[in-house]
Design a protein around this ligand. Structure first.
Ligand code: PEP
Ligand code: MG
Length: 571
């Protein structure tokens, strides 16, 4: 059987399916009197498993994302032992003969309800934690695998950030998800980890059973279920060829990003946590074009302190003191809800209160981040970037606050760097339309294609039903990139790209031809994009870009770029 989905992360994986189960709600709700003791024993056994799982998650998260993020699982362990929760579960089993699952669900819901009604933001946050614990216990009672224990090809309806954080990327070799698009969290993570992935397979995910052999073709977005010997042999051979080619490209990864005729294009990394710098340097990244600072704020009750933030930003700058490091200010809201802001019900979160809009409202939170950035600026070549700019006023307000932060620090005699270059993400079509105005007020532009495509094509980047529109090769998007680049060049400023398109080797000739001089991407793509640049000349890239601007559809553009890639590969 073959299943067509969306190609989310290239490569070929061959392995066995392991499903990440969502909890099933059709469990028995009550048991016979004679089963009460057994249900209590099941609860207590599930608790032990949960405790051990949380311990494992804590260790893994500490190693991958730092001690601070790991603490949430320590808090979960404490809540698992909480007498109020335990008494409520045991009483429901004893007094009402509830099944262990039902008792856990009721107790967790009741306590969560109580906490959610409190006036204290910290306690309200605990409501989400107790629900999470309830879900974990029910999953264990239903005999489902924990995300932390998955191996092989992970099949899930969707992978939430907490699921993906828990995956052991050493033993997970591929992803298949029912939901999601090319730029959903799980896809970005898969690409960053170099794991082939197919997303958006829809209902077909129901048919994939544990133990099925599958081939994940992350190039074509295809899943082959229980393939025949011929298909297996063919894909094994393709996989071996890919590995050999990747080894060859990796061996040249430390060379400068440059075209064959010596035109310099910086090939930088997108990072999410300071620890990513090791991988970025190893992959040959020549700096950072996007440091998403959201990680510092997620899963936290309170805003991280200025000291904490200064330390995190300094760590990144210190890792590459001679390179350009672009740190983006907080891009919260939308699909990245932050606990300390509470939950905001918005009909259209992507069009709502996020990024710079939110920061210009929570000015104290924003100012703290700006102060921390300026303090860290003494450690290297810092560039500050504001997300989601749509108006000149937003940009001017953000810059005014940055100046205020610098003046405060100067007044307090705190060491900082006041003349940090400032840029904006070009990710709202309005910013392209007024790029000639905005360029007067910035040092650089960086195009965020993930959002630029979403807002240009009016298609939710998370919604697989409109995935056909989510295509950075659409002429509308390509023309906006060209327009932004023209404005940047006319204003004498550099322009780069940090959206996912920048890491697509197919796009590189086009982007260079359109005048971009910095491409920032997931670290895995760095060697490949550099390899592509080395096969190009600037004059040729410009000619190709001019030709591509006349094409009429995404299909035509992609087809032309594939032909160009094939020509380049032969050099
Ligand atoms: C983008 O929108 O292209 C981008 C890089 O930002 P994010 O994916 O964090 O929204
Ligand atoms: Mg964005």
């Amino acid at each position: 059987m073959k299943v067509q989905g969306i190609a989310a992360s290239p490569g070929i994986a061959i392995g066995e399916v392991m499903r990440l189960q969502k909890i099933k709600h059709e469990f028995r709700r009550s048991v016979a009197a004679g089963e009460v003791a057994q249900e209590k024993a099941r609860f207590s056994a599930a608790k032990e498993v949960a405790m051990a799982d949380l311990e494992e998650l804590k260790k893994r998260t500490a190693a991958n994302f730092g001690q601070e993020k790991a603490e949430v699982f320590g808090a979960h362990q404490m809540m698992l032992e909480d007498p109020m929760f335990n008494d409520a579960v045991l009483e429901a089993i004893d007094a009402r003969h509830a099944s262990a699952e039902a008792a856990v669900e009721e107790a967790a819901e009741a306590i969560a309800g109580m906490l959610a009604a409190l006036d204290d933001a910290y306690m309200r946050e605990r409501a989400a934690d107790i629900k999470d614990i309830g879900q974990r216990l029910i999953r264990i009672l239903q005999g489902s695998a924990e995300s932390a224990k998955l191996t092989g090809i992970v099949v899930a309806q969707d992978l939430l950030p907490s699921d993906t954080a828990a995956l052991d990327l050493e033993v997970v070799t591929g992803f298949i998800t029912a939901l999601g698009g090319k730029t959903s969290h799980s896809s970005i993570l898969a690409r960053a980890a170099g794991i082939p992935a197919v997303v958006g397979v829809g209902q077909a995910w129901e048919d994939l059973q544990n133990g099925d052999t599958v081939i994940v073709d992350g190039h074509a977005g295809l899943v082959l279920v229980n393939p025949g010997d011929g298909e297996l042999a063919e894909y094994r051979e393709r996989k071996a060829l890919e590995q050999a080619k990747a080894a060859e490209i990796a061996s040249a990864a430390k060379l400068e990003g440059m075209t064959a005729d010596g035109w310099r294009v910086e090939v930088a990394a997108n990072i999410g946590i300071p620890r990513d710098m090791e991988k970025a340097a190893a992959a040959g990244a020549e700096g950072v074009g996007l440091f998403r600072t959201e990680f510092l704020f997620q899963e936290r009750q309170a805003v991280p302190t200025e000291e904490e933030q200064t330390e995190a930003y300094s760590a990144v700058l210190r890792a590459m003191p001679d390179r350009k490091i672009v740190i983006r200010t907080l891009d919260a809201g939308g699909d990245k809800q932050l606990p300390f802001l509470g939950t905001l019900a918005e009909a259209n979160p992507a069009l709502g209160f996020r990024a710079i809009r939110l920061c210009l409202t929570y000015r104290d939170v924003f100012k703290t981040q700006l102060r921390a950035l300026l303090r860290a600026g003494t450690e290297g070549n810092l560039h500050i970037m504001f997300p989601m700019i749509a108006t000149l006023e937003e940009l001017l307000s953000a810059k005014a606050l940055l100046r205020e932060a610098a003046e405060e620090l100067a007044g307090e005699g705190v060491a900082h760097r006041a003349d940090v270059p400032v840029g904006i993400m070009v990710e709202v079509p309005a910013a392209v339309a007024i790029a000639d105005i905005l360029v007067q007020e910035v040092d650089f532009f960086s195009i965020g294609t993930n959002d630029l495509v979403q807002y240009t094509m009016a298609c939710d980047r998370m919604n697989e039903h409109v995935a056909y529109l989510n295509d950075y090769f659409h002429p509308a998007v390509v023309r906006l990139i060209a327009e932004a680049s023209r404005a940047a060049q006319a204003g004498g400023k550099w322009i780069g790209m940090c959206g996912e398109m920048a890491g697509d080797p197919l796009a590189a000739p086009l982007l260079v031809g359109l005048g971009l001089t910095e491409l920032s991407m997931n670290t895995r793509s760095v060697p490949q994009v550099k390899d592509c640049l080395r096969r190009l000349t600037l004059a040729q890239a410009k000619a190709w870009a001019g030709e591509i601007l006349t094409l009429r559809t995404a299909g035509e553009i992609k087809g032309r770029l594939e032909a160009i890639a094939a020509e380049l590969a032969g050099r």
